[in-house]
Design a protein around this ligand. Structure first.
Ligand code: SGN
Ligand code: CA
Length: 508
């Protein structure tokens, strides 16, 4: 009897502790957009646009100025978020395959630790989600208007409305109706600002009065850079007037055939009535046409981003109103960066700064000091281990990143943080014909080994050449740093067990 009551007492104490502890464990919301360039976020100093709500997260928490992806495209970035591993370890190096959901995924680890988990919005991994109590995803790339959603346990069904609003509505709904006895982790997966940059109706023409400055390397001639010369992602040649810029748009095509008559009429009013009209009147060719396409591209892209930022504001406001803000970590990140005309491009893929770096801001009330600015090299392999760290869970051995909390906490040991980051891109040739490559990025330098059709090395001094137009490989005076960086690259390849890259490196 005595033993039994002792046991009961200790169970009760354990129970109390456990629940007291779990009530302190934060909720986690990971807002994950698609192709949103840091140049288009005002918190990053971008003069192109105002993003007050993303900026608010940065102001009330931390901004990472060197948040790097390890393979700059969609599916691979998502696979890395889920697994904390490089593409060569999680089996998802290219888009449009089937992601293996049976491997260790951070949401499943959270579930095992009494978290409730959900993924709402763009998923783009071929297979259906696992490790989530609830999910409601866009099939494939998804549609901007009246998109289909696949909801766990339900048939695919079409929703009415604009995708960024819908993803936010469904996210707030889920939070509202969740099991409140547990902390939660929710990924809010936005389609915006992916190509073909369709804004919400209320944002059509939002930037029509703005004349955007052209990046210094807009007319890059790709000298001494074979991979950059052979890509297929220029505003001048690759970007399509009809599909991308909606000039003489094909309103019978798959993008528009699901529009309501009202939506179609608003689009025609703007794109036929204004944009196509202007195009027809101006009769531009050559550089003048490219300059016009650039302006139109930014106008559409940034108008699409307006809705993204507004909806982030809506979610933050819901957290304020519901009292959840205080105990909820909010991250805003994109799956990679994007070119806004730098090198004359749109799209991503290259290990050059605009697509290597992605926006990443995080608010963690009471833990991360407001206004924190981080320059350390943080990679997307670190995201899963960090999320688990927030939940008080040690990351499984096979995850290759580590929690970035030492970078944002007072007294955190920053001395052991990585001084070099490893990158490996694979998808070739379609779309965009970017030669596969791997490389290493330090605070100051970027060393890249292209393989496949462009079999070459590149070296950049980011302090002297932030626009990366001067390949220093073989240049006099750079022998020592090149040798050091090559040694660092080999070290990283061995550390992260990238056997394919090691074989290529051994060839020279
Ligand atoms: C589509 C786009 C490409 C884009 C890929 C990958 N073409 O194929 O421009 O690079 O998606 O993007 S489109 O004509 O269909 O718009 S990712 O973000 O999903 O990796
Ligand atoms: Ca993307």
């Amino acid at each position: 009897m005595y033993i039994r009551s002792l046991l009961m007492a200790s169970l009760m104490v354990w129970g109390v502790n456990a629940s007291a502890q779990s009530s302190k464990r934060p909720n986690i919301i990971f807002i994950f957009s698609d192709d949103h360039a840091f140049q288009a976020v005002s918190a990053y100093g971008g003069k192109l646009v105002q993003t007050p709500h993303i900026d608010r997260i940065a102001r009330e928490g931390a901004i990472f100025r060197n948040a790097l992806v390890t393979n700059s495209i969609c599916g691979p970035s998502r696979a890395t978020l889920l697994t904390g591993k490089y593409s060569h370890r999680n089996g998802y190096p290219r888009n449009e395959q089937r992601f293996d959901v049976t491997q260790v995924l951070f949401p499943r680890v959270l579930q095992q630790n009494q978290y409730q988990t959900a993924w709402i919005g763009k998923w783009h991994l071929g297979s259906l989600p696992e490790g989530f109590d609830y999910w409601r995803i866009l099939p494939g790339q998804g549609h901007y208007y009246n998109p289909d959603f696949i909801e766990k346990g339900q048939d695919t069904a079409r929703s009415q409305g604009y995708v960024t609003n819908l993803v936010t509505d469904y996210s707030i709904d889920w939070i509202r109706h969740r099991d409140t006895s547990k902390p939660f982790m929710l990924v809010v997966g936005h389609k915006a600002t992916h190509r073909e940059w369709l804004p919400d109706l209320q944002d059509l023409g939002a930037y029509d009065d703005v004349n955007f400055p052209v990046p210094a390397n807009f007319n890059d001639t790709y000298e001494n850079r074979e991979a950059a010369r052979n890509q297929d992602m220029t505003i001048s040649k690759t970007m399509r007037l009809d599909f991308d810029l909606k000039v003489h748009a094909n309103y019978n095509g798959w993008v528009y055939n699901r529009f309501t008559p009202e939506q179609l009429s608003a689009f025609k009013g703007y794109y036929d009535g204004k944009v196509t009209k202007e195009f027809d009147e101006k009769k531009l060719t050559g550089d003048a046409l490219t300059a016009w396409k650039y302006q139109r591209y930014l106008k559409d892209y940034l108008a699409t981003a307006n809705s993204l930022d507004r909806n982030i504001g809506r979610l933050l406001e819901y957290l304020d109103r519901s009292g959840l803000a205080e105990n909820t970590v909010v991250v805003y990140a994109s799956d990679q960066g994007f070119y806004m005309g730098e090198h004359g491009w749109f799209d991503k893929r290259f290990m050059y700064e605009e697509s290597l770096r992605t926006p990443f801001v995080v608010r963690y009330p009471g833990v991360i000091k407001p206004g924190t600015k981080v320059d350390g090299l943080m990679c997307n392999i670190d995201w899963a281990p960090t999320i688990l760290d927030w939940a008080g869970v040690t990351a499984p051995e096979e995850m290759q990143g580590r929690s970035f909390m030492p970078l944002v906490t007072k007294g955190g040991n920053k001395s052991t943080w990585r001084k070099a980051a490893y990158y490996h891109y694979y998808e070739y040739p379609e779309p965009h014909k970017v030669s596969p490559h791997f490389g290493v990025r330090t605070e100051r330098y970027s060393l890249i080994r292209f393989y496949g059709p462009a079999d070459s090395w590149e070296l950049y001094d980011l302090a002297k050449d932030p626009g990366q137009v001067k390949n220093l490989i073989g240049a006099k005076g750079y022998e020592k740093i090149t040798a050091e960086l090559k040694a660092e690259l080999r070290k990283q390849i061995v550390q992260y067990k990238d056997n394919e890259a090691l074989r290529l490196l051994d060839k020279g």
